[in-house]
Ligand binder design. Structure first.
Ligand SMILES: C[N+](C)(C)CCCC[C@H](N)C(=O)O
Ligand SMILES: O=C(O)CCC(=O)C(=O)O
Length: 373
């Protein structure tokens, strides 16, 4: 039943060294053990919450240890007793634990990703767990998924947005619909070409997903969608220009959004790295929404331009990009923390609808579907 059972427990200073089968050894400090006591007075098992404030947890010492294959029992100097299942303890091997928290994006370059991503009929997505798993897995792997057979309306698209984690409200609204009518002070509301970018660089937390459904394009041409893997470009920069990569992970680039009654601004590194794993975490790249900035030195100013231009070259390379025409019925979903999107200029009447989904909300769906930890 328990193949990682406890074999031996050794006291080492204030810690317990727990030896499991298969030569696995984990050291638990007594402060950790006391904090992770799962008895009814220490833990609300029904809400998965700790029952005690950190300051209430006594700094007691371990006076006695008992164990068998399946559990460890600790008796404390204040007469409290804690029991830990071996399955519970064995997940806290730091390396395994850290590894289990990593998202493992599959980097892509150019249009070939078209053959890899999930393209699924809306009914399968909405009605089956397998369908949902396939869409979220594609978002985790490639940062893109296509949902087909959706009625070209805001209402039908909203159902898809809700199933992706829920509509995120911003200054643009919840569900939005946009054409060339300038209802917001942003070039998305024109027919101009837009080079690939991430949205919301001016928010403290950029949207997690962006969902776009072209519900009409008549009497005109152009308006093709361009996608590029922001992580792939960042990795190329790291290899070819390590100094520029380093700068973009450290330097806070300021971005802004200004319209009547609104002024958003936020400054953050363009390339965000996970502190523990050094994995790429987020790209915040938008050449248009950069604020006018002052620099601490000429050197810093020159590095800003050099590194952003060098990163841009990967993103603008046609071989890195996947360009295609979105047509009514196909809902495109993309990870705004990773994939950059743009469009070619267009003529005619082109109407898009969609919404944002907060990252926390779509990862919640992916976690509930057991795709991530
Ligand atoms: C998607 N929607 C049309 C609603 C808004 C577009 C906002 C685009 C903006 N420049 C940004 O990067 O955030
Ligand atoms: O019009 C499009 O296809 C995309 C618009 C866009 O880039 C945006 O809304 O951020």
């Amino acid at each position: 039943m328990n193949d990682k059972g406890i074999e031996r427990v050794v006291t080492v200073g204030s810690a317990l060294e727990v030896h499991f089968a298969e030569s696995k050894k984990i050291t638990f400090e007594s402060c950790w053990l006391r904090d992770h006591c799962r008895c009814v007075s220490c833990y609300h098992a029904n809400t998965f919450q700790r029952a005690k404030h950190l300051l209430e947890i006594p700094e007691a010492t371990i006076v006695k240890v008992e164990y068998d294959k399946n559990q460890l029992i600790v008796k404390w100097s204040d007469e409290h007793e804690s029991a830990y299942k071996s399955d519970f303890l064995s997940q806290f091997d730091y390396k395994t634990w850290k590894e289990s928290r990593r998202l493992k994006p599959i980097l892509w370059r150019g249009q070939k990703v078209n053959e890899k991503i999930t393209k699924i009929h809306v009914d399968e997505f909405l009605k089956s767990v397998e369908g949902q798993r396939s869409v979220f897995q594609s978002l985790l792997d490639y940062g893109v998924a296509l949902i087909e057979g959706v009625k070209p309306s805001l209402e039908a698209t909203e159902i898809v947005c809700k199933a992706l984690g829920g509509v995120q409200h911003t200054i643009f609204g919840g569900m939005w619909q946009f054409t060339t009518k300038a209802v917001h002070a942003d070039t998305a509301y024109t027919n101009l070409p837009l080079a690939v970018h991430n949205d919301n660089t001016y928010f403290t937390e950029a949207a997690g997903l962006q969902i776009l459904h072209c519900i009409e394009h008549t009497s005109g041409i152009g308006g093709e969608t361009i996608l590029v893997d922001g992580f792939y470009g960042a990795n190329c920069l790291k290899e070819d220009h390590p100094e520029d990569f380093e700068f973009l992970t450290m330097f806070d680039v300021e971005a802004e959004y200004i319209e009547e009654g609104h002024h958003h601004t936020f400054a953050a590194p363009v390339i965000q790295i996970d502190k523990k794993t050094q994995d790429l975490k987020q790209i915040r790249f938008n050449v248009y929404d950069r604020s006018a900035m002052a620099f601490s030195s000429n050197e810093e100013c020159k590095l800003y331009y050099r590194s952003l231009r060098n990163l841009s070259r990967y993103y603008e390379d046609p071989l890195s990009q996947w360009q295609f025409k979105l047509t009514p019925g196909t809902v495109m979903v993309m990870d705004n923390f990773r994939v950059l999107h743009g469009r070619t200029g267009f003529s005619g009447t082109r109407v898009l609808c969609g919404s944002y989904v907060a990252r926390s909300d779509w990862l919640d769906r992916a976690r509930s579907l057991k795709l991530i930890q």
